[in-house]
Design a protein around this ligand. Structure first.
Ligand code: RP5
Length: 179
């Protein structure tokens, strides 16, 4: 369990510490948007009893969304969705053997009745954003922060295009290589 800003509203859970660099991107976004979360490493396969307790108690502990990341035979998100009654967002991990398609198919192909909102392979940041957007449906201040976030993204693209128009593509590419 880790970093908290108030009572955690989002549970971030991963099957192994090898997933942490991707899961950290979800945590970074939630911190930027001021959404309290709790992070845990829990393996559905290696410690099913601990996993069951986590998923079973998540609602009572105040979680409104769970972000679950796993790789290979990635059952953690789907099993969270089977037990936790609110939204579950799944992050398929990139894998060396099958490039993450194993994780993606394991997470996205849920049976009817048990949905997992699956983001891209290694899509940690989008998982954090999606969790925040779900919470923003009943939190006007958070919605405002999300709108500012989107406005900043737009501004970044506009600045890049202005630079391209100013410098031309050759100088632009040189600048990218240097810095
Ligand atoms: C999954 O197996 C984890 O989510 C991880 O992505 C993958 C490999 O785990 P480690 O062998 O690195 O612990 O359960």
């Amino acid at each position: 369990m880790s970093k908290e800003i108030g009572t955690p509203k989002v549970g971030i859970v991963m099957g192994s510490d090898s997933d942490m660099p991707v899961m950290a991107k979800a945590a970074d976004i939630l911190e930027e948007l001021g959404v309290p979360y709790e992070m845990a490493i829990i393996s559905a396969h290696r410690e099913p009893d601990v996993f069951y307790e986590y998923a079973k108690s998540a609602e009572q502990r105040g979680f409104k969304v769970i972000i679950a990341g796993a790789g290979m035979a990635a059952h953690l998100p789907g099993m969270c969705a089977a037990i936790f009654p609110m939204p579950v967002i799944g992050i398929p991990m990139h894998t060396t053997s099958l490039g993450g398609r194993d994780s993606l198919y394991s997470i996205v192909q849920m049976p009817s009745g048990i949905p997992v909102a699956t983001v891209a392979i290694n899509g940690g940041a989008n998982a954090g954003l999606l969790a925040a957007k779900i919470l923003a449906t009943s939190d006007a201040e958070l919605l405002g922060r999300l709108k500012n976030y989107s406005a900043e993204l737009k501004e970044q693209v506009e600045q890049k295009d202005a630079r391209l128009q100013r410098e031309g593509y050759k100088a632009y590419l040189e600048g990218r290589k240097k810095g």
